[in-house]
Design a protein around this ligand. Sequence first.
Ligand SMILES: C[S@@+](CC[C@H](N)C(=O)[O-])C[C@H]1O[C@@H](n2cnc3c(N)ncnc32)[C@H](O)[C@@H]1O
Length: 299
Amino acid sequence: MQISGHVPVLLQQMHGTLNPQKDGIYLDGTFGGGGYTRAILESTACTVHALDRDPEAEERSQALTRDFPNRFFFHKGCFSDMPTLFHENMFDGIVFDFGVSSYQFDTPERGFSFRHDGPLDMRMNPDTGLSAADVVNTFSEEDLADIFYTYGDEKKSRQIARSIALIRKERLFTHTIQLADCIRKIVYRKDGIDPATRSFQALRIFVNNELIEIEAALKASAKLLKNHGKLVTVTFHSLEDRLCKQFLKNESPWLHTQNVFFESITRKPIAPSQNEMHDNPRCRSAKLRAASLIREGSC
Ligand SMILES: C[S@@+](CC[C@H](N)C(=O)[O-])C[C@H]1O[C@@H](n2cnc3c(N)ncnc32)[C@H](O)[C@@H]1O
């Protein structure tokens, strides 16, 4: 069962900062439902390569392959595969809209949702790696607490891990609601946000190795962008945003070893308007940053 489609976040702002040009070559590093890709392809006669690790995103990409023959190319893989997948390409612009898509979040069978029951999975590519259930059922209590704290900033991380360790002695965790209910008995929130939100975010980040992948995405982009090529990132929480901010502000020593640096396009991160937040509450924490890559010694 899939409940709804994906509403692209900060779409106009992404397009405005990327500013796609005729005959340009672009990479949409997070294809998802293809909202960004379609907007870029419709705006001018350019080429878009798109990447996603999710097999269902690959299925959705077929509509764009039909609509834009010879201008759209889908690649299935992770950010860390970019150097191999794109060793023959240099891009005029690269965009990343990090995190999960609504297709993933709203399909209970994918196991991301604490609202709708489903198998406790959370893998963006369900064909590989440990599922959330594997982690919750086999990791030590200490390691689980560290995951909830490090990736979810969950103050009750130790109590949640303790409770999981006690419950799983009797019955393994197999479903999302089972875990969400365990967390809801421990965490109380006054702000109306579901108490399971932080812990689910933490598990999802861990299961998908998201922060390491973002670092790989940023580094690969710095190698794959042409001189003056643009990098646009959209993030949804502070851990993602910090990585992008530091990289685009040239705070990564690695950039200096590559003889490249970024010139900011967005002096401050762009946030969704009140209207967009009203229409799509999920975008409330989104931040868009954009910069041009400069290769030292190039004109
Ligand atoms: C927020 S959605 C992108 C939505 C898209 N901008 C649109 O308009 O439909 C993020 C997508 O990035 C993909 N993704 C996340 N991490 C990835 C990674 N490390 N490698 C490849 N794809 C990744 C997810 O599978 C998901 O489909």
